[in-house]
Each structure stands twice: as structure tokens, then as C-alpha cells.
Design a protein around this ligand. Structure first.
Ligand code: NAD
Ligand code: AKB
Length: 315
């Protein structure tokens, strides 16, 4: 029986992944943690503990006293917010990961999950169908922290046998929780504006293509990776994960089929520079070959599903 601790559980990804893990393992096996104590009310189906991931001692104590066997380490500062306070973001993203890898080594945990991002790629990376292995020269602090984090994960696996697994998520799009300060956040906000009957001002230009993924696919990929036999996991830095690729203009056109009066305007800001260094689309054949990954949702299926379900979340 596993006991699973999740850091940053109250965030965009954590809110959905924690529930999926509770459905799979039982709520009493799940310890949701977050620095945001007020988020405790979200977790009536499992246990919740306030935890700042910078507090290594408290984290180690919880792991020991609760006999935690797996950690999903989600807490991080995302790309746009990181650029506003680079040193703080670097310290949080790196120190917390190193603490968790050390705890996993010392307390011999079964498995660790840590998400990387398409932000590991940079201006000299091939933009179309970006390969698993290629030039990686990220020029954002978030991307640099994710790239370094990938190397640390591979290091702890190779040197100490820590079974740490990772995915390079594209921009994640869901309707159950709001995004937390990234460059891909527009693709969530746009649905809210459409449903609220407001015009949408996009912070990226109309033809900026980025790799994206519906949250259901992201949760499935995460659980598939974490439940695959260890010998199938050949990439110990982080797996490329492809899904959909679209521009603001294309998602607007797709939503307009359901909301014909929905208007968009474009006012690119500092996030445009970040988006311009990220891939347009991702080659995830390593994930397909190693553990059978396939995404399910295209742009139209995702749009229909969000527009059908989001209104209930807004009341
Ligand atoms: P988010 O910003 O929505 O959530 C992060 C959570 O971490 C928040 O609930 C926040 O309160 C918590 N947190 C912040 N500082 C903390 C601290 N010191 N101690 C404990 N908790 C703290 O982020 P998300 O979108 O849910 O992302 C989760 C992970 O997935 C991150 O590692 C992120 O880099 C990665 N990722 C996300 C996306 C995406 O599109 N959402 C894409 C690629 C990778
Ligand atoms: C961000 O935009 O920072 C995240 C990511 C792709 O890592 N959504």
C-alpha cells in the first residue's frame, strides 16, 4: 500500500491530480500539502497538511512519521512569475527539488514524480516537432531551473537508484482550476471570457503557436508514467509530451463556432518574448514507444468539453 504526498496540491495541476490519485489509491492514502493553508477546504476527500517546500526538516519529518512512500512534487514558480523575481524562483524551484531527492534517497522512497516543462527548450532548439534530445538553451529562469532539475533527477537515478520520473508538460488547459502565472495561461483565460460574454485581450500575438494539452490527457500521462514498470522508463531526465499545437487565432476561431459574437484583440507583453523561444510542437515518440503514450483530446474536442463543463464551475 502506497502513501502519497503531493506538494503544491492546491495549484492548477495539483487540484486535479490529487483527486485522480485519491480515486486510484483511496483518499486516506493521500496527503495533500501546500503553502496556502486556506486551500485546505479543497481537500475534503483526503488529508491536508500545510507545508512550505523550503522547510526541508518539516518535509522529512512528515515523510517519516506518515511513512510516505511516494512524493509528487508539484510546487514551483511558473515562467511569467519567475521572470519578475528570478533569484527567488531559482531558489524555490531548485532547493525544493534537491530536498525531495535527498529525502527520497535517505528514506528509500518507492517513487518520485516531478514535472518539467517545454520551457527547457530555447531559441536554438528546433521549433517544429521538437525532438526528445536536441539543443536546449533556455533563457528564462524557469526554463533554466527545469533543465537543471532534469539533470538532477537523472543524477539521483543513476548514482543512488532513486526512481524519479518526469514529463515535460506543454501548457496545461483545464476548467476546474485557474493557472498560476505561466506564459500559456491565456489558453485557459480565453474560455472564461467567452462564457462571461466579455471580449478577450490576448497577451500573445495571433500567430504564436505553442504546444498545449488538455488536463485530462495530462493526468492520464502522469498516472501512466508513474504506473509503468521501471524497466520501461528509459528516459530518466524527462519525457517529451506532445498534445495539441495551436495559436491564439486558432483557439479563438474554435470558440467562436460556439460563441459567434466573441471578440479577441492582441496586446503582446513580456510573455511574447518567452513564447517566442519555446517550441511550436513536440515529438513525443519516446513516450509512445517506451510506455505507450497517446493523447486523446484535439483542439475541437477540448473546446467542446470545456464549454460544456466550465459554466457549472463559475456559479
Ligand atoms: P500553480 O502555480 O498553479 O500551483 C503551484 C502551487 O504551489 C500553488 O498551489 C502554490 O500555493 C504552491 N506553492 C508555491 N510556493 C510553495 C511553497 N514554498 N511551498 C509549498 N507550496 C508552494 O502551478 P501548476 O500549474 O499546478 O504547476 C505544477 C507543476 O507543474 C509545476 O512544477 C510546474 O512547473 C509544472 N508545469 C505546469 C504546467 C502548466 O501548464 N500548468 C506546464 C508545465 C509544467
Ligand atoms: C508556463 O507557461 O510557465 C507553464 C509551462 C508551459 O511550463 N504553463
Amino acid at each position: 500500500m502506497e502513501t502519497i504526498l503531493i506538494t503544491g496540491a492546491a495549484g492548477q495541476l495539483g487540484s486535479e491530480l490529487t483527486l485522480a490519485l485519491a480515486n486510484m489509491h483511496g483518499g486516506d492514502r493521500i496527503i495533500a500539502t501546500d503553502i496556502n493553508e486556506a486551500s485546505a477546504c479543497k481537500f475534503d476527500y483526503c488529508r491536508f497538511m500545510p507545508l512550505d517546500v523550503m522547510d526541508r526538516q518539516k518535509m522529512a519529518e512528515i515523510v517519516k512519521t506518515e511513512t510516505v512512500t511516494q512524493i509528487y512534487h508539484l510546487a514551483a514558480i511558473l515562467s511569467a512569475t519567475s521572470e519578475k523575481n528570478p533569484i527567488f524562483a531559482w531558489n524555490l524551484n531548485m532547493e525544493s527539488l534537491l530536498s525531495i531527492l535527498e529525502i527520497a534517497k535517505e528514506q528509500k522512497l518507492n517513487k518520485i514524480y516531478w514535472p518539467s516543462s517545454i520551457a527547457v527548450f530555447g531559441p536554438n532548439t528546433p521549433m517544429q516537432n521538437t525532438p526528445q534530445d536536441c539543443v536546449m538553451d533556455p533563457n528564462t529562469v524557469y526554463g533554466i531551473s527545469k533543465q537543471a532539475g532534469e539533470r538532477w533527477c537523472a543524477y539521483y537515478f543513476e548514482k543512488y537508484g532513486v526512481d524519479v520520473r518526469s514529463l515535460r508538460y506543454p501548457g496545461l488547459i483545464g476548467y476546474k482550476s485557474m493557472p498560476g502565472g505561466g506564459t500559456t495561461d491565456y489558453a485557459v483565460d480565453i474560455f472564461h471570457k467567452a462564457i462571461e460574454g466579455e471580449d478577450f485581450e490576448c497577451f500573445l500575438s495571433e500567430d504564436t503557436y505553442l504546444p498545449m494539452m488538455y488536463m485530462d490527457d495530462a493526468i492520464k500521462a502522469t498516472l501512466d508514467l508513474m504506473h509503468a514498470p521501471a524497466e520501461q522508463i528509459k528516459v530518466r531526465s524527462s519525457y517529451n509530451l506532445g498534445g495539441i499545437s495551436f495559436s491564439p487565432k486558432e483557439i479563438h476561431e474554435c470558440i467562436k463556432q460556439h460563441y459567434p459574437n466573441f471578440n479577441i484583440s492582441y496586446k503582446p507583453d513580456f510573455r511574447q518574448e518567452i513564447a517566442d523561444t519555446w517550441p511550436d510542437s513536440i515529438d513525443d515518440s519516446a513516450a509512445q514507444n517506451d510506455w505507450g503514450w497517446q493523447h486523446s483530446f484535439g483542439l475541437e474536442e477540448m473546446t467542446k468539453d470545456i464549454l460544456a463543463n466550465l459554466p457549472a464551475y463559475l456559479v
